[in-house]
Design a protein around this ligand. Structure first.
Ligand SMILES: [Zn+2]
Length: 127
C-alpha cells in the first residue's frame, strides 16, 4: 500500500487537475524565465550571420551578400526580441497564477500554460 507520497510527480509529465493538459511544468521552471540567456544567444547568432555575409561578400566578390547578411542579422535580432518578450510574458502569467493559487490557499507546485493556472496536482489526487 502506498501513501501517495511522490505519486504522479516522479519525473514524468504531470496532468493539470483543472483542464487535464498533460504538459504542466514546475512553478520554478515556469516563473524563472531564461530571457537573458536567449537574448545573448540570439544576439551572437545575429552577429555571426552579419559577419558571414560580410566575409563571403569579400571572399567571393559579391558585394550584395553584405546587405543580405545585414538583413538576416536584423531579422534574427528581431526574432530574438520577440522570443524574449514572449518568455517574459509567460513568466509573468505564471507568477500571477501562483499568486492567485496562494491567495486561494494552495501551495502550487505546477503551472499549466493551457489554462494559465497554477495548482498542486498531488493535492488534487488526494482531494
Ligand atoms: Zn490546465
Amino acid at each position: 500500500m502506498t501513501n501517495g507520497v511522490g505519486s504522479g510527480t516522479a519525473n514524468g509529465p504531470v496532468e493539470c487537475p483543472r483542464c487535464g493538459a498533460a504538459d504542466t511544468v514546475t512553478v520554478a521552471n515556469a516563473t524563472e524565465g531564461s530571457g537573458c540567456a536567449h537574448f545573448a544567444e540570439g544576439t551572437v547568432i545575429a552577429l555571426m550571420a552579419g559577419a558571414a555575409g560580410k566575409y563571403y561578400a569579400d571572399e567571393r566578390n559579391w558585394p550584395w551578400l553584405t546587405a543580405v547578411g545585414a538583413v538576416v542579422a536584423v531579422l534574427l535580432f528581431l526574432g530574438t526580441i520577440a522570443v524574449v518578450r514572449s518568455e517574459n510574458r509567460d513568466a509573468r502569467r505564471a507568477r500571477s497564477a501562483v499568486d492567485r493559487a496562494a491567495a486561494a490557499g494552495t501551495d502550487a507546485t505546477h503551472y499549466c500554460a493551457a489554462c494559465g493556472e497554477a495548482s498542486s496536482p498531488r493535492d488534487a489526487e488526494n482531494a
